[in-house]
Design a protein around this ligand. Structure first.
Ligand code: 3HC
Length: 310
């Protein structure tokens, strides 16, 4: 009887645990976002290939994933460090790296592009992938600000094209924005929502509009903070303190700008300013431009609005 019970519990557990929508995921771009996406996909049972230009970049991305996984494991398996070590090892074991996207998409189920925010480069990439990826492969972009429809122009599989917009730090932020263009099929959209669930995120959907939901609200807010300081109304430190203690935000707008990267902020804003020159919320900022020109891009370069040099 006891054995019968165990068998029932086992088979119930395995049938309740449904398979992932996609098995093999190719993440193109090993930066902050790409490596975070590769990490969460691998830690939820997907086989992942992470692609970037050279092995030096990939080695750094892999080491960042390892460190981040160790932080996750420390919390998740606080009572059982051995299980935590196994989790890190198993997850790392599901990630391989490659320097050419075209060599690894011939057997992939999902492509997530997380490369530089440049429309021409993204289009060139998808044009190349189109020729090699199998029919069933779904193409997505993690772009922060470029319309998905503009990128999808480069692909013939517009019904299997969409947006998956993650947030930094990807392992911690629970949200995933899922974007469909008019041509995205219902089947593809459902798969993308299912993938979001598989990687443990809460999904929201939005039309293919500038910044989708989060960046459409967050970037103008951060830019207003910069303009406030440009006018000399308050200091960066006081604005950050005000928003953390007066509005309950985990980071102030300047800390968050440094965290996201001032170059990323500028890419987003420049694109919007070019496409919507009359929107006052999308105007360029001399202060932001100055920092970017000086190579002060935030945490990643050791200096932005604040200094991170030890
Ligand atoms: N990997 C794994 N775990 C991490 C992590 C990472 N990269 N970053 C933080 N953690 C976890 C760890 O468990 C850490 O504990 P540990 O230090 O003992 O390892 C715990 O979070 C707490 O971290 P911290 O003490 O460093 O700091 P916080 O408590 O402030 O949390 C934060 C950090 C989660 C980043 C929090 O400050 C936060 O939510 N900030 C806002 C982030 C945000 O708004 N992101 C969206 C940006 S917009 C975007 O990405 C869109 C793009 O298109 C621009």
């Amino acid at each position: 009887m006891a054995n019968l019970c165990k068998t029932f519990v086992r088979s119930f557990a395995s049938s309740a645990q449904r398979a992932n929508v996609f098995n093999h995921v190719t993440v193109i771009g090993g930066g902050l976002m790409g490596s975070g996406i590769a990490q969460v996909a691998a830690s939820t049972g997907h086989t992942v290939v992470m692609v970037d230009q050279n092995n030096t970049i990939l080695a750094k991305s892999t080491s960042n994933i390892q460190k981040s996984l160790e932080r996750v494991a420390k919390k998740k398996f606080a009572e059982n460090p051995g299980a935590g070590e196994q989790f890190v090892k198993d997850t790392m074991g599901r990630i391989t790296t490659a320097t050419s996207p075209t060599t690894c998409v011939s057997h992939t189920d999902l492509v997530i592009e997380a490369i530089v925010e440049n429309l021409d480069i993204k289009k060139k990439l998808f044009r190349e992938l189109e020729a090699i990826a199998p029919e069933h492969t779904v193409f997505t972009s993690n772009t922060s600000s470029i319309p998905i429809g503009d990128i999808a122009v480069a692909s013939k599989r517009k019904d299997r094209f969409g947006g998956l917009h993650f947030f930094n730090p990807v392992p911690m932020m629970k949200l995933l924005e899922v974007i469909r263009i008019p041509a995205t099929s219902d089947a593809t959209f459902d798969k993308l929502l299912g993938f979001g669930k598989d990687v443990g995120k809460v999904t929201v959907s939005c039309k293919d509009t500038p910044g989708f939901i989060v960046n459409r609200l967050l970037v103008p807010y951060m830019m207003e903070a910069i303009r406030l300081v440009e006018r000399g109304d308050a200091s960066t430190r006081d604005v950050d303190t005000a928003m953390k203690l007066g509005a309950g935000y985990p980071m102030g707008p300047f800390e968050l700008s440094d965290y996201v990267g001032l170059d990323t902020m500028k890419f987003i804003l420049d694109g919007w300013c070019q496409n919507y020159p009359d929107n006052p919320l999308f105007q360029r900022s001399p202060l932001l431009d100055k920092y970017v020109a000086q190579g002060k891009l935030g945490v990643k370069t050791g200096e932005g609005f604040y200094s991170y040099k030890k």
